[in-house]
Design a protein around this ligand. Sequence first.
Ligand SMILES: O=C(CO)[C@H](O)[C@H](O)COP(=O)(O)O
Length: 225
Amino acid sequence: MTQDELKQAVARAARDYVADHIPAGAIIGVGTGSTANFFIDELAAIKSRLEGAVASSEATRQRLEKYGIPVFDLNDVSEMPVYVDGADEINDKLEMIKGGGGALTREKIVAAVATTFVCVCDQSKLVRTLGKFPLPVEVIPMARSQVARALTKLGGQPRLRQGFVTDNGNVIIDVHGLSIGNAVALETELNQIAGVVCNGLFARQGADVLLLAAAEGVKTLTRGR
Ligand SMILES: O=C(CO)[C@H](O)[C@H](O)COP(=O)(O)O
């Protein structure tokens, strides 16, 4: 199976998970990226069961609206049964690196309101140790040099994502060369650097359910929050 076929398979599994686990008329959170896009395509088939969705990026908002799925402002939504999103890496504790698509801040905010984070991945994303994928950090533009120096002191090699501006008007620094032993501690430490808006470690609030696509089928792994 190609990687896109695996993404399609896991998107279908996520559609079925949503159909089985949410009450009719719920609002759900929707992530960003190619796997999330396949999920939106599948979600269109069950849209009559939803009141709508909250989008984690402008790209996701546009795709949801293309299918006629109502998109709500997060400020008007106080609870969501589920948030569905991909990841760049995930370990067996269901801690993740996210933000390859640059939407990490809004993803973390929308996920924080959801009861259950369902991560949808193909098998290539499952790793023993997080950090081979460069860790995205969203930074206020005037702070980029000072944050880069702080990231170097932490042992990483920071690289500015060239020509990229987030939906929030900020820049992304991708941190290479990290081998992340304690993801919760590093997530917390990075948040203390002045100028950091958000970092791509989703460890303090990891996934609750992982739907993992492999050639043999889609496996479900769960973790208590
Ligand atoms: O965090 C993300 C976007 O900010 C994505 O979930 C992550 O990059 C995975 O994307 P894809 O499904 O395209 O591999």
